[in-house]
Design a protein around this ligand. Structure first.
Ligand SMILES: Cc1cc2nc3c(=O)[nH]c(=O)nc-3n(C[C@H](O)[C@H](O)[C@H](O)COP(=O)(O)O)c2cc1C
Length: 366
């Protein structure tokens, strides 16, 4: 299949763009449905939602409205034919017995196309909403996530009821049926960039989803995650994320970026997101937080994929060259912009050998 392309965060109002322009992403159900059908048709490999329970506490449209990732994924899976749709599950807020049942159900309704993104949690106000407190150290957060995942995967693999007597859960006579559609498990992602997050992915997930500065530092991170997975006799795919601004000319693309992510950036929200990330998560290194305020406005700190179709194809190809298995993309307005990306950039990726040509597709920009 080659390098995978996905769409990240279309279930959230404004997507990853922290901006006030009126054409920003609505995240309405109708727009998501239109997007999923376009993506299915265009050969996009996966969609990946963000799990968010509370907004960022500023007078802004950024992430005020967020469709629930599992309900969203189930609806989209029922309306599409081919694409994989992940759901994102907070281990702290979803009981593992409930999650195992819901995920298996979504897998059956889609004949095996749902995937699971496991997030360990970091946003303290969300914990307070649930009457919980965020464990201050990453070791405890990921120990909790490990126990959560051990229970979910055991429910899926166990024919007999079992008891679980752990540090965080004490459960009696646990059972769950149906099992996932393939009778075993679902494709899993772990999203996290700290040492503990990447280790969790190396031990448990099929894909590590991680933030990098670009292809150069990314190549080192890919090697490190793969090497750590190999110590557990596992292989893991490594994915990152980027925001696309693609136009017929480089100048036009740069002007669009300047318009939404500079002139009309929602700077108070940008600063609040960065402050909270710096306080509680290690998804971004302190250097990234210092250097990349502009990237937060444009795409929540993800890598820029900006320019004409050749520029954007080159930028994506550089991640494939660095060893990544795929990238999840965001757009200012996903459904309005995906058609152009699919028509102009995907054939260029095929021509560059980054993706296998789809039957009937014509190469461009070779
Ligand atoms: C690519 C990526 C996507 C993430 N998506 C979510 C999300 O949807 N919801 C959430 O609360 N946290 C999300 N996170 C946060 C992580 O799941 C994790 O809890 C947080 O990054 C703190 O862990 P870390 O310091 O290991 O990165 C994401 C992190 C990354 C790197």
């Amino acid at each position: 299949m080659g390098f995978q392309l996905g769409l990240f965060s279309p279930n959230t109002e404004s997507g990853l763009a922290i901006t006030t322009v009126p054409e920003r992403w609505s995240a309405s159900w109708d727009d998501n449905l239109r997007l999923a059908r376009l993506a299915d048709e265009a050969g996009i490999d996966f969609m990946l939602p963000v799990a968010r329970w509370t907004d960022w506490g500023r007078d802004t449209a950024f992430h005020q409205s967020v469709l629930d990732p599992l309900v969203w994924a189930s609806g989209l899976l029922a309306a599409t034919r081919r694409i994989r749709v992940f759901t994102t599950v907070h281990t702290a807020f979803h009981h593992p017995v409930v999650a195992a049942k819901q995920l298996a159900t979504a897998d059956h309704l889609s004949a095996g196309r749902v995937g699971l993104n496991i997030v360990a949690g970091w946003h303290a106000p969300e914990y307070e909403m649930f009457g919980l407190s965020l464990p201050s150290d990453h070791d405890t957060r990921y120990a909790y996530a490990q126990e959560w995942w051990d229970i979910v995967s055991r429910i899926w693999s166990s024919a007999e009821p079992f008891d679980h007597d752990g540090r965080f859960f004490q459960l009696k006579r646990v059972v769950g049926a149906p099992k996932p559609y393939n009778g075993r498990s679902l494709p899993t992602i772990n999203a996290g960039s700290s040492k503990q997050g990447r280790s969790f992915a190396a031990r448990n997930a099929d894909r590590a989803f991680t933030v990098v500065g670009g292809p150069e530092d990314g190549a080192e991170i890919v090697k490190a995650i793969r090497a750590e997975a190999a110590t557990h006799r596992r292989t893991v795919g490594v994915f990152t994320l980027g925001h696309v601004v693609c136009a017929p000319t480089r100048a036009e693309a740069r002007e669009r970026l300047r318009h939404y992510a500079d002139e009309h950036a929602d700077w108070p929200a940008v600063d609040e997101v960065m402050r909270l990330q710096g306080l509680h998560a290690q998804s971004f290194t302190p250097e990234m937080l210092q250097l990349h305020r502009d990237r937060f406005a444009a795409g929540h700190g993800s890598c820029p994929l900006v320019g004409d179709p050749d520029d954007v194809a080159d930028a994506i190809a550089a991640f494939a060259g660095a060893g990544f298995d795929g990238i999840a993309l965001s757009f200012l307005n996903y459904a309005d912009e995906l058609g152009y990306f699919a028509a102009e950039v995907i054939p260029r990726l095929e021509a560059r050998g980054v993706r296998a040509a789809r039957p009937g597709a014509t190469a461009a920009g070779a």
